[in-house]
Design a binder for this molecule. Structure first.
Ligand code: C2O
Ligand code: CU
Length: 478
């Protein structure tokens, strides 16, 4: 986001918001306002273990081969796409020193982590961008446990879309079940025009010229998909041994497209959605992930051979979105594909932990756009930064009713909080805890979150074209 705004004004808003809900402070609330909710502790208070984990990330450009002879001029953390996996334990103090070796500013956003707002990585809204040559140290308590990720949040379509993404795995301090025998983390990527050698690419262009025209041109131009930076069939296979229980952490770190995956020859068990445990794991022929979403799945390696984990959306696997699961000793077996017609599990099949209580405040948000003006996307008829901010007070339980009137998927992501899916199509559900929810054409969902992390936060579509087209708003604490 490149919106002009003032660091001081949000800071003032936070301070006022905090003062307003401290016990005994200020005048009694006016009758039209809801009663002052009980103060709640911010998410990072309590779980800190005192253990400090330090990491260094250098942000730069690198020629990157997504397949032999096929290169892109990528943006990269520590010279790799995706960036290094950061793996910590819940409650650790994570200290990440970021050095900006680009010739433009950058920031890092910790997607799915409940961080203090000052390091949330949204330029002008939560932090000042790190200038070229600058160094900034992010420090936060690793909470909540689960499959999280990190990515650039400046000039997103170019930087995040150009490779500034990585996995952040927060292991639970006390694992509820024995860990699987083997685990793979799979970070997907999407690339625009790719070429022989290392020519410039659509997803890694300099910013600031003819933005809208180019966005339109790039709309349907995903040329290649990658898993951990490599396009199939060059993706290194996932080696397993017969009898093992294997976990895959799937992260859709692409720019625009909803993905779906099935593993030939095996049923998947979906255990976590966006890194948050389901109340009951769900058997799945396939799972789907909008941009920004994560799915943790497990399978038992009980059918020796070579089996493809395949992107099911039309054209995805053909453009590189696949990887083979290969049993030791079966490297030379022919690869088997999932049968046609496998169906991903739906949100309505997922059960989360029990909820508690109803909303103190509800906002109805209609998501639209992409019709009259293909690059303009709206919430209740307005594009960011002209969308109406969602005002909340600390301690409230806030419900958002999301309805998608447009033709495209909107993976809606809330910064700094975890929400619960509480209704689908108007019917109450005990849905999963998530931070990104993909609302498809004519679907309606209600989600609820506890306002426990004061600040000004972005709530936006994670399709980077839609984000740049204005499908965003702010959650502002009073
Ligand atoms: Cu994953 Cu606003 O971001
Ligand atoms: Cu969208």
């Amino acid at each position: 986001m490149e919106r002009a705004g003032s660091f001081l004004s949000w800071l003032a808003a936070v301070v006022v918001g905090l003062a307003g809900c401290s016990p005994g402070a200020g005048p009694p609330p006016a009758p039209v306002r809801p009663a002052a909710p009980a103060p709640v502790a911010p998410p990072w208070e309590g779980p800190a273990s005192g253990q400090v984990r330090e990491f260094q990330l250098t942000v730069g450009r690198v020629p990157w081969e997504i397949a032999p002879g096929t290169g892109v001029e990528a943006y990269a953390y520590n010279g790799r796409v995706p960036g290094p996996e950061l793996r910590v334990t819940e409650g650790d103090i994570v200290r990440v020193t970021v050095t900006n070796a680009l010739d433009e500013p950058t920031t890092v956003h910790w997607h799915g982590v409940e961080v203090p707002v000052a390091i949330d990585g949204v330029p002008q809204l939560s932090q000042e961008p790190i200038p070229p040559g600058g160094v900034f140290t992010y420090e936060f308590v690793a909470v909540p446990a689960g499959t999280r990720w990190y990515h650039a949040h400046f000039n997103e379509r170019v930087q995040q879309g150009g490779g500034l993404v990585g996995a952040l795995i927060i292991e639970p301090r006390q694992a509820p079940a024995p860990p699987p025998d083997r685990e793979y983390v799979l970070v997907t990527g999407e690339w625009g025009a790719v070429g022989a050698g290392h020519s410039a690419t659509a997803s890694a262009e300099p910013r600031g010229m003819g933005g809208r025209m180019r966005q339109r041109a790039s709309r349907a131009s995903v040329e290649r998909f990658t898993i951990n930076g490599v396009a199939y069939p060059h993706t290194p296979p996932l080696i397993v041994r017969e009898g093992e229980r294997v976990r895959l952490r799937l992260i859709n770190a692409g720019a625009t497209e909803t993905q779906a995956f099935a593993l030939a020859g095996h049923r998947l068990t979906l255990t976590h959605s966006d890194g948050n445990p389901l109340a009951q794991p769900v058997e799945a022929e396939a799972v789907f992930l909008g941009v920004g979403e994560r799915a943790d799945v497990e399978f038992v390696a009980n059918r020796p051979g070579r089996w493809q984990l395949r992107g099911l959306q039309p054209g995805h696997a053909e453009r590189g979105l696949a990887v083979d699961v290969v049993y030791e000793g079966h490297e030379a077996d022919p690869v088997q594909l999932p049968p046609p017609g496998v169906r991903p599990v739906r949100y309505r099949d997922l059960v989360g932990p029990p909820g508690d209580g109803g909303p103190t405040r509800t906002y109805a948000l209609t998501l639209s756009g992409g019709m009259m003006h293909p690059d303009v996307w709206t919430i209740n008829g307005r594009s960011y930064p002209d969308t109406v901010p969602l005002t909340v007070r600390a301690g409230e339980r806030v419900r958002l009713r999301l309805f998608n009137m447009s033709m495209e998927d909107h993976p809606m992501h809330l910064h700094g909080h975890t929400f619960r899916v509480v209704a689908i199509g108007g019917r109450p559900v005990q849905g999963p805890l998530k931070d990104t929810l993909t609302v498809r054409h004519m679907e309606e969902y209600e989600v609820e979150f506890v306002a426990n992390n004061p600040g000004v936060w972005l709530f936006h579509c994670h399709n980077l074209l839609h984000l740049h087209g204005g499908l965003a708003t702010e959650v502002r604490y009073q």
